[in-house]
Design a protein around this ligand. Structure first.
Ligand code: S3P
Length: 159
């Protein structure tokens, strides 16, 4: 299993799609799969049932993927220790984007429930998560100023 991890806006979905083509493996976008199963957008899920409910769905889905795939995870999947342990059984690729890159990519984003409000609060979330992504990663790929093709080639060369 190949898990792409990284902060919101780091490009996990785009890269996972292309990587799955290269490797001829199925591609799973966890957020999309959760939305399909729960029949509602993630933002509604957060609003109606809260983050804890979403995290339960996320862990459940993570553990239910049994076909070898390229998995684009949600940015917060690394928060639970049980998920960390589970991810470690596959190949974990961290797409590391700088804070400035994240901000410029998400500046007009309206959909993500945790990308709201004060920039300082969001930067605090980023700062807490960064060392977790790094410690879990088998590969760390710096993505700033690189095309998706360059990023995919880099991952492929290191698999
Ligand atoms: C989250 C990231 C989102 C989504 C949810 C929570 C997070 O996924 O899972 O909104 O905690 O960082 P992306 O990383 O695909 O935006």
């Amino acid at each position: 299993m190949i898990y792409l991890i990284g902060f919101m806006g780091s490009g996990k979905s785009t890269i996972a799609g292309k990587l799955s083509d290269e490797l001829n493996l199925p591609y799973i976008e966890m957020d999309k799969a959760i939305e399909e199963k729960e029949k509602m957008p993630i933002s509604d899920m957060f609003a109606q049932f809260g983050e804890t409910y979403f995290r339960k769905c996320e862990t459940h889905l993570l553990k239910s993927i049994n076909e070898e795939s390229v998995v684009s995870t949600g940015g917060g999947v690394i928060l639970k220790e049980e998920n960390q342990d589970y991810l470690s059984t596959g190949t974990v690729v961290f797409l590391r984007a700088s804070w400035n890159t994240i901000v410029s990519r998400l500046q007009n984003d309206q959909d993500r429930p945790l990308w709201k409000g004060d920039l300082t609060e969001k930067q605090a979330i980023f700062a807490v998560r960064q060392p977790i992504y790094e410690s879990l990663a088998h590969q760390i790929i710096d993505v700033d100023n690189k095309s998706p093709e360059e990023i995919v080639n880099e991952i492929m060369a290191r698999l």
